[in-house]
Design a protein around this ligand. Structure first.
Ligand SMILES: [Ca+2]
Ligand SMILES: [Ca+2]
Ligand SMILES: [Ca+2]
Ligand SMILES: [Ca+2]
Length: 391
């Protein structure tokens, strides 16, 4: 029995996270339309997270499965400007997913719902609210990146925007934080972090998580000036907006937040595009509550310069895994779990080629074996569905 158990354990550890290529979904009938951002959300209160695709020609499209692996356009909402980013969460407290969409002209929330009197199911243009408008800190802030988290710890989701402002002969990278009131309204955040980042900054989309366990989320950014040739992971307090430089992470980076070591505190995976003479690397840094400590070394590195990152449990074993997309390859570093306090041991790297990948992706929420959506560079706002067939 003991031998069989050991063999079973070895087989488990040696296993890969496997994907099968699902259908390519076309979010637009227009050939020149391109998918620029994707997410999953149960915005129609169906009990199923549907793919949501943001397009460069100003739409957000909800796709639904139509059998035998096909996908159909269920609804299309006009944004009024080129789409750039999307985040999903319940913003009005009705238990149904809502979305925040960033465009070249601003940031708007669309509230999800089932079909009802005078209202279609899902996202509808009339059931929406401007997130940053009149109260916008810096004029015409675009929504290049949007994230949701509870920055002030009051239980309601707040909004983090990394966009651009047309000031000082801009565009200038600008970080802004906006309070959600839990009822679909938005306003100034106590302790807001609103600032221009230096022109020429290398900035990546912020991640949001509670790294110190105080019940309020922090905002984690990677910032650096081209002249420095490097970047720093900066952690901003959601409560006060105060920033602290934590880790030098190399030139430009992608960051993801999640609990790598199982202690309940949000940890961070950071991807650098390469120090001088060195290849691109991913580093795992685990929160100790007051600082970060290196907590594992990934086996192998991807080789893309446009990689994005996520932390999610991809094989349903209850341990966080790290997902990266770069140079047409989706990589998953399977978390083997903590071996000691603040240690994340990657259990090996699984890879899956994704032809024509554009560089971002979205992991299905709530699934034991989450599927992945990858925007493609091809016609008709194409998005590849990757079916998680890990066994
Ligand atoms: Ca809602
Ligand atoms: Ca809040
Ligand atoms: Ca916190
Ligand atoms: Ca896992």
């Amino acid at each position: 029995m003991r031998v069989l158990g050991l063999l079973a354990a070895l087989a488990f550890l040696a296993g890969c996270i496997e994907f099968s290529d699902g259908a390519v979904m076309q979010a637009s009938a227009t050939a020149t339309s391109r998918a620029v951002a994707v997410a999953w959300g149960d915005v129609a209160d169906r009990g199923v997270a549907d793919p949501l695709v943001v397009t460069n020609d100003g739409t957000v499209v909800r796709m639904t499965a139509c059998g035998s692996g096909c996908w159909q356009r269920q609804e299309t909402v006009a944004l009024g400007a080129s789409g750039q980013s999307i985040a999903v969460g319940d913003l009005d407290g009705d238990g149904v997913d809502d979305v925040v969409v960033g465009t070249a002209a601003g940031v708007t929330a669309f509230f999800g719902g089932a079909a009802g009197p005078g209202r279609a199911a899902g996202l509808v243009a009339t059931d929406s609210a401007e997130v940053i408008g009149a109260s916008e800190p810096y004029g015409d802030l675009s929504g290049g990146s949007v994230s949701l988290g509870d920055l002030d710890g009051d239980g309601d989701l707040d909004v983090v925007v990394l966009g651009t402002s047309n000031v000082y002969g801009g565009p200038v990278p600008t970080l802004a934080t906006i309070a959600g009131d839990g009822a679909g309204g938005f306003g100034p955040l106590t302790g807001a972090r609103n600032e221009y980042l230096s022109a020429g900054s290398s900035v990546v989309p912020p991640a949001v998580g509670d790294v110190d366990g105080d019940g309020a989320d922090e905002v984690l950014t990677s910032e650096g000036h081209a002249a420095l040739g490097t970047s720093y992971l900066v952690v901003y307090s959601g409560l006060t907006g105060a920033g602290a430089t934590s880790i030098e992470v190399g030139p430009t980076a992608a960051i993801a937040v999640g609990d790598l070591d199982g202690d309940g505190l949000a940890d961070v995976a950071v991807r650098s595009t390469g120090w001088t003479g060195n290849p691109a690397t991913i580093a795992f840094d685990c929160s100790t509550g007051t600082s970060f400590a290196t907590c594992g070394t990934p086996v192998g590195t991807d080789d893309g310069s446009t990689a994005t990152l996520a932390i999610a449990d991809m094989d349903g074993d209850g341990r966080s895994d790290v997902v990266s997309l770069g140079a047409g390859t989706l990589s998953v570093w399977r978390g083997a779990g903590p071996s000691s306090t603040h240690a994340f041991n990657a259990g090996g790297r699984s890879t899956h080629a994704v032809a024509d990948a554009k560089g971002s992706f979205a992991v299905e929420p709530g699934a034991t074996l989450p599927d992945v959506l990858v925007p493609l560079t091809t016609d008709g706002a194409a998005v590849r569905h990757l079916d998680n067939v890990t066994s």
